[in-house]
Design a protein around this ligand. Sequence first.
Ligand code: IMP
Ligand code: MG
Length: 178
Amino acid sequence: MKDDIKEILLDEQQLRNKIKEIGKRISSDYLGKDLMLIGVLKGSVPFMADLMKEIEIPCTMDFMAVSSYGNSSKTSGVVRILKDLDFEIENKDILIVEDIIDSGVTLRYLVDYLKGRNPNSIQIASLLNKPDRRMVKIDAKYIGFQVPDHFLVGYGLDFAEKYRNLPYIGILKEEIYK
Ligand code: IMP
Ligand code: MG
């Protein structure tokens, strides 16, 4: 698995430090609110697990699973819900937890969809942001790192469902996906 990685972009210590910082900000921003974390399966799982432990105020959590129609290298702009929420979100303060914002299409769709269920507020926490590839406007309140336009794997991010279990974020060698 490690042989397929060209370079480690973000190591375990960098991830840990940044997530601690985001957890602190969330804990103070959402003090006294009815915070609910919504993880986007499956890429957000490691980030969600580490982030929730750094949040020092009461919160609940739920998960959604979504996928884009068509092949995975090209976003069609159509998002399909594979798993919906288990809980109502009316009057709750929703924080969507995502691994990476790329074109922005997935999150744009999710935010609009969840808005229809009348939460009190809705914000985004994304570990990574690839601004170069944005197709739609997305404002994320919490961003871990701005990353260059490379294909990244690890810490939840996959290529063909693999590499999610790497403890760091690495740049995948081009010969693996070309
Ligand atoms: P968006 O709708 O284009 O913003 O898609 C975001 C989704 O694409 C993320 O949740 C990831 O699953 C996937 N994605 C985007 N960039 C990468 C990458 O560099 N490596 C692995 N998955 C990625
Ligand atoms: Mg994803």
